[in-house]
Each structure stands twice: as C-alpha cells, then as structure tokens.
Design a protein. Structure first.
Length: 107
C-alpha cells in the first residue's frame, strides 16, 4: 500500500458495468520526503507522477488516502476481470512519520 493525496477526478461517459458504484480519482503519491512535508503541514513537493485510482469510499480533493496498485488493486473485483490498476482502500485521518535515519524505527 502507498499513501497519496486526491487532487482531482476523471469524468467518463461510459464505464465497465462491474465498476458502477465507484469513480476514478487522480491521486498524487507521496514519496518519503513529500510525505514528511505533508505531515509537518507544508505543501508536499512530490516528484511522483499522479495516478488514476478507483474509489468507492467517497474520497474527494484534498483527502489523504491509502491505495494498492497492480494486481492487488484489482483484487476487490475478484473473480471478475476489470481494467483497474490502482484501488483506494482507505481514507487516512492522520499520518505519523518518523525518520528511520535517526534510529527511531523507520517510517
């Protein structure tokens, strides 16, 4: 699982019927430095390319989410096959970040 921020949504005129009930959102993944900046209240400066993720939890712009990618991202639809590469699996209320370089256990 990775952590990111919802920065937009995708509007489609048609969707696979197996995916009805959800929507596609644009998520900016956090790398460790940008995650730390976000936790500290500074604007994140993520170098990661945004991704499109399927959401049925009701996330919106500005929400911090956990998401799975690849085959794991499509597992909520198993045994059906759908064209999903990333799935928002949780809405995060709070993220605590500790720097592993200081010997305090990692992120």
């Amino acid at each position: 699982m990775r952590i990111g921020e919802v920065i937009g949504k995708v509007t489609m005129s048609a969707m696979d019927p197996k995916m009805v009930g959800g929507r596609m959102l644009i998520v900016r993944p956090f790398d460790p430095p940008s995650l730390r900046r976000q936790v500290e209240g500074a604007p994140p400066a993520s170098a990661s390319e945004p991704i499109v993720a399927y959401d049925e939890l009701g996330a919106g712009p500005g929400h911090i989410v956990g998401f799975s990618e690849g085959r794991e991202g499509a597992m909520p639809f198993y045994p059906d096959r759908v064209a999903v590469d990333a799935y928002i699996c949780c809405l995060l209320d709070r993220v605590t970040y500790t720097d592993g370089a200081k010997g305090d256990g990692g992120a």
